[in-house]
Design a binder for this molecule. Structure first.
Ligand SMILES: *Cc1c(COP(=O)(O)O)cnc(C)c1O
Length: 380
């Protein structure tokens, strides 16, 4: 590792002093779990989502679990999702007692193949869970039309894309159900946390019950439980952080986009890597990660060796994501090698490069230069 250069992680949250002071105020207030800050945070999220009801929860994983329950998904049902997504999606489908059905994704945008979704629909299909990837948006018009034709629910996994616009429309302001993640690596953070956007106040009330033990308040001041809810509420401390992040949302997203554009400008030609889709002016895409595919068959080093070489130069990288149909869980549902070539190739070759809003322009240059040097030294 070069002694003069600071270690560069692949993700890091950006928390300003106003937010940190605001958190201290909440800690001193005597009310630290779900309360007024959660309501404020939810109202502000709802305003962004065109006034649709939004409820904050403890993670996107919880939001997906609640969304599946809300949609009445259970044993005997099939739920279609992308083979390129995070484990939370197939885990929560399985936990609901339903069967995850995988579909391949596009090699460059990584979004779910809508034609493949159409082919995967059976009489048992109840819902589709598309995952939106950084840099481009799922074709929601096509997917929502398909869902309407087959009477399916659509749960958008927008964990990686909070703040994205689809043809000018804020993600979550249209469609069916949308889930967001506020994990520290995502576009906006509450430390851990997430949110769910639903259709109307009846569904919002149901989410409130599902996120808190299934408790319903009776007129006589006692409580009842009719079904087992979870414990997925977001504390006020976390909601205060989220409100502070929303104050800076445009700046945080704008900086991520500028850094992504810088990657496209500075990435060395001739590395043989496949880059994400290049942004076009006004496309509304957000950039949570910058993932490239390594040309492994033209290299004498493995992906693990490349990542170690980057780490030795003080540059952290990630792997987003493994192919879900090839996990042990996915294989129990018939997942096998060769089934979804794009998802599998991404799983083998992808490397997530550093991208977070407090990164300096020079950091991008350093990543591009270091990667190009390592790749050039290991060409076949
Ligand atoms: C991070 C992530 C999740 C889960 O988010 P948590 O808030 O950590 O539960 C779900 N889906 C995708 C695509 C993710 O990247």
């Amino acid at each position: 590792m070069s002694a003069a250069l600071p270690a560069l992680p692949f993700a890091r949250p950006s928390l300003d002093e106003t937010t940190i002071a605001g958190v201290a105020d909440v800690l001193r207030s005597g009310w630290i779990t779900s309360g007024p800050w959660v309501r404020t945070f939810e109202e502000r999220l709802s305003a962004l989502c065109g006034g649709r009801p939004v409820r904050a929860v403890s993670s996107a994983t919880a939001a997906i679990e609640i969304a599946l329950q809300l949609c009445g998904i259970g044993p005997g049902d099939e739920v279609i999702g992308s083979a390129q997504s995070f484990f939370a999606v197939s885990n929560m489908i399985e936990k609901a007692g339903a069967t995850p059905v995988f579909v391949d994704c596009d090699l460059v945008t990584r979004n779910i193949d809508v034609v493949g979704v159409e082919r995967a629909v059976t009489a048992r299909t109840k819902a589709i869970v598309p995952t939106h990837w950084p840099g481009s948006a799922t074709d929601m018009d096509a997917l929502l039309a398909l869902a309407a034709r087959h009477r399916l629910r659509v749960i958008e996994d927008a964990a990686l894309s909070f703040g994205s616009r689809f043809g000018g429309r804020f993600g979550g302001s249209f469609g069916d159900v949308t889930t967001f993640s506020f994990h520290p690596n995502k576009n906006l953070t509450t430390i851990e946390g997430g949110a769910i956007v639903v259709n109307g106040e009846d569904e919002a009330k149901r989410v409130e019950t599902l996120r808190f033990h299934g408790i319903e308040r009776l007129p006589d001041g006692t409580r009842d439980v009719a079904f087992p809810g979870g414990k997925f509420n977001l504390p006020d401390v976390n909601a205060r952080i989220g409100a502070g992040q929303l104050d800076r949302l445009d700046a945080l997203l704008g900086r991520r986009r500028a850094l992504a554009e810088r990657y496209f400008e500075r990435w060395r030609p001739g590395t043989g890597c496949l880059l994400p889709p290049r942004p076009s002016p006004g496309d509304g895409a957000t950039w949570n990660m910058f993932c490239v595919l390594l040309p492994l068959e033209r290299l004498t080093l493995s992906r693990a060796a490349f990542r170690e070489a980057m780490q030795r130069e003080g540059i952290g990288t990630g792997v987003s994501y493994e192919a879900l149909h090839l996990t042990t869980l996915g294989r129990r549902h018939g997942g096998r090698e060769g089934q979804f070539p794009n998802a599998e190739r991404i799983a083998r070759e992808t490397v997530t490069l550093p991208l977070f809003s407090d990164m300096a322009d020079g950091d991008v240059e350093r990543v591009c230069e270091t990667a190009a040097r390592i790749l050039a030294a290991h060409r076949r």
